[in-house]
Design a protein around this ligand. Structure first.
Ligand SMILES: [Mg+2]
Length: 367
């Protein structure tokens, strides 16, 4: 079974990929979100030409070969585009074999604990605490993540005094028995990160994400060595070489690859294996409700070193207007703090035909 057609359906924020084989079977995947229109151009110039005509079922070597043939272009865009091919081929394989992707990966479908993940920094501590309490009571979430510092903030706060206030206010509002996580998105120098980290420990917060500029593996390692809580990171890292460096420097307690930034499931599995060899759990980054979160759900229900929960964005149309109406039905419904990995073949989601009708279309075909 060979890859005969690769189609993209793209907006500037999201791009879906449909793969069709020479026998007419299809699968759906997605390139990474954000600048998806640029990523689709990379897909058609640097991914599709190498993939057309290759084996649609056995594709790990095809992904490696694409990296080799495009070795002058390492980094994010090639991997973001590669994710479209990889995730479409996993869906295809699931549909051909009549199995959910999670089963192909050695796991089982079913419920998966999620943590409610805030993306907002422009929210007051009181408003953040209020909406967390509402979500806890309405959906049974038992874990929450919120934002401290400013994104790549060079030690600055979003506004003066916000970080100490949001740490105290939100942890007090959530109370005992709730897992508490924060994300600094590369804000701090090691000295300031350690001060903030001690404040976090004093308030029962157990997960400190990306305390320092993420590319500074030694800085993050210094913070990890000085604190008892889990220092975590890795969402932007998309090459095995940077993960090797991160693990060798003992920068993190928990690895957080993003399935779409990494180039898909196949390459993410390799990072999970690297983490397992270091004895580290994996809590992937999945910060919006496009296909990234569904792919991550299948992955987490399959790997032996899965972290405690799935990252599930709580943001709606005011923050993520572009994620409305991507799929039919409600694939990310939460019951008792859990989402459900579907047992339908492939990813178990259907891209909304009405969304596809509005997207920019492009086709690549085997000659
Ligand atoms: Mg993060």
């Amino acid at each position: 079974m060979k890859i005969a057609r690769l189609e993209t359906f793209t907006t500037p924020d999201v791009g879906f990929v449909r793969v069709t084989t020479d026998s007419g079977e299809t699968g759906w995947g997605q390139v990474s979100t954000y600048n998806a229109d640029i990523t689709a151009e990379v897909f058609h110039r640097q991914i599709a030409p190498h993939a057309l005509g290759t084996d649609a079922m056995d594709f790990a070597d095809t992904l490696d070969r694409i990296g080799e043939r495009e070795h002058k272009y390492p980094g994010s865009y090639l991997r973001r585009a590669m994710a479209g091919l990889d995730t479409a081929l996993w869906d295809l394989r699931g549909k051909v074999e009549g199995k959910p992707v999670v089963t192909l990966l050695g796991g089982t479908p079913g419920p998966l604990r999620a943590y409610a993940s805030s993306m907002k920094r422009d929210i007051t501590p009181a408003d953040e605490a209020d909406r967390f309490r509402r979500l806890r009571d309405a959906h049974g979430f038992t874990a929450f993540k919120w934002r401290v510092g400013a994104e790549c903030g060079r030690d600055r706060d979003e506004w003066p005094g916000r970080t100490p206030e949001v740490i105290a206010t939100v942890s007090r509002a959530l109370g005992d028995g709730i897992d508490k996580l924060v994300d600094a998105n590369s804000c701090y120098s090691p000295a300031r990160a350690i001060e903030v980290g001690k404040m976090l420990q004093d308030h029962g917060i157990g997960h400190f994400e990306e305390p320092c500029p993420y590319w500074e593996y030694d800085q993050t390692a210094e913070v990890r060595a000085a604190l008892d809580l889990d220092v975590t990171g890795g969402e932007q890292d998309c090459e095995y070489s940077s993960w090797r460096l991160m693990f060798d420097r003992r920068s993190v307690d928990i690895a957080q690859p993003d399935v779409m930034y990494m180039g898909g499931i196949t390459r993410s599995l390799q990072v999970c294996r690297m983490a397992a060899a270091e004895g580290l759990p994996v809590t992937p980054h999945s910060a919006n409700l496009s296909l990234v979160t569904m792919a991550t759900m299948h992955l987490l229900k399959a790997i032996p070193n899965a972290g405690k929960y799935l990252e599930l964005s709580i943001e709606g149309p005011d923050y993520y207007p572009w994620q409305e109406g991507l799929f039919l039905g409600d694939p990310y419904r939460v019951t008792d703090g859990h989402v459900t990995v579907p047992d339908a073949p492939g990813w178990g989601v259907e891209v909304n035909p009405a969304w596809l009708d509005r997207a920019a279309y492009r086709l690549a075909e085997a000659g």
